[in-house]
Design a binder for this molecule. Structure first.
Ligand code: ZN
Length: 132
């Protein structure tokens, strides 16, 4: 079951520069910053109520976020929806013929995560996350 919007992710060229922009825009400091080599990014999370804005800077020029910025420039990269059970949710979507990037949950910044293919949702990359 989908519970709520967990975060909205924004691809940026420089995390330091973007943190300055969003922190002064929102008047909120990032809760934490983390490097996720698996996903080729450095990320910062800015809490907004019970959701977050996630800023993503590519550290791998061949990674998905780097390619996204190359193609489309900086901007909204994905929307993350929180679910009760990531593996069940992905299995049920696959059974309904939804095109997935991940067939099973894997470790991510927001917990156990999995991505749907943007072709499944009008060009929007959707991440599902189960808190751990
Ligand atoms: Zn995310």
């Amino acid at each position: 079951m989908i519970k709520r919007v967990n975060h909205i992710a924004i691809a940026v060229r420089s995390l330091d520069e973007a943190l300055g922009v969003f922190e002064s825009l929102l008047g909120i400091k990032a809760a934490h910053t983390e490097t996720i080599p698996d996903q080729g990014v450095k990320a910062a999370l800015i809490p907004i109520g019970d959701g977050e804005i996630e800023l993503l800077e590519p550290i791998d020029p061949e990674g998905g976020v780097a390619k996204f910025i190359e193609r489309r420039g900086e901007g909204i990269h994905h929307i993350c929806l929180e679910v009760d059970n990531i593996d069940e949710e992905l299995k049920s979507l696959a059974a309904r013929g939804v095109e997935l990037i991940d067939k099973r949950g894997r470790k991510g910044l927001a917990g156990r995560i999995g991505f749907l293919h943007p072709r499944a949702a009008k060009g929007v990359l959707i991440e599902l996350a189960q808190k751990v």
